[in-house]
Design a binder for this molecule. Structure first.
Ligand SMILES: [Fe+2]
Length: 135
C-alpha cells in the first residue's frame, strides 16, 4: 500500500495532529522508497532516526492533548505509544546489526499509520470535543 496517502478520512479535526500525521506518512513513504531502491544503510539510518525523533514529538503532543481532555483511555493509549516506540527502537537495532527486514518495517509503519490513526486516535476525538479543550 505504498505510497501511503494522507486523505481526509484520516483527519482528526485537530490541525496540528493532522499535519503531524501527514508528515509521518511522508517519512514512511520516504523510508519505503529508500528500502525499495536499495539505498545505503546510512540513508536508511538517517530516515529511521528522523522518524524516531518525530514520533517522540508527535506522541508527546498527542498525549498532552488526551490529558488536557481527560480522555478516559489515556493510560491504554499511552501504553500503545510505548509499544510502538519500543518496536521502532528494535528496528533501529536491527538496522545497525544488518538484520532488518525491510518488509517487516514497512508493514509495521503501514499498519500503524492506518489502523492506529483510524481506530485508536479517532477514539479520543469525542473526548477532546466534549472537554471544551481546543488544542
Ligand atoms: Fe496515537
Amino acid at each position: 500500500m505504498i505510497p501511503l496517502e494522507w486523505t481526509v478520512e484520516y483527519s482528526t479535526g485537530i490541525p496540528k495532529i493532522d499535519s503531524q500525521h501527514a508528515y509521518l506518512f511522508e517519512l514512511a513513504n520516504r523510508l519505503a522508497r529508500a528500502l525499495a531502491s536499495g539505498r545505503s544503510d546510512e540513508v536508511l539510518a538517517n530516515i529511521v532516526q528522523e522518524l524516531n525523533e518525530y514520533v517522540n514529538t508527535h506522541f508527546a503532543y498527542e498525549e498532552s492533548v488526551m490529558q488536557q481532555a481527560h480522555y478516559d483511555s489515556f493510560v491504554q493509549h499511552q501504553a500503545m505509544h510505548k509499544k510502538m516506540r519500543e518496536q521502532l527502537a528494535e528496528y533501529v537495532v536491527q538496522l545497525q546489526n544488518k538484520t532488518l527486514s525491510a518488509q517487516a518495517l514497512s508493514k509495521f509503519l503501514e499498519v500503524w499509520l492506518t489502523e492506529h490513526i483510524l481506530h485508536e486516535d479517532m477514539a479520543y476525538i469525542p473526548a477532546v470535543a466534549a472537554s471544551g479543550y481546543q488544542p
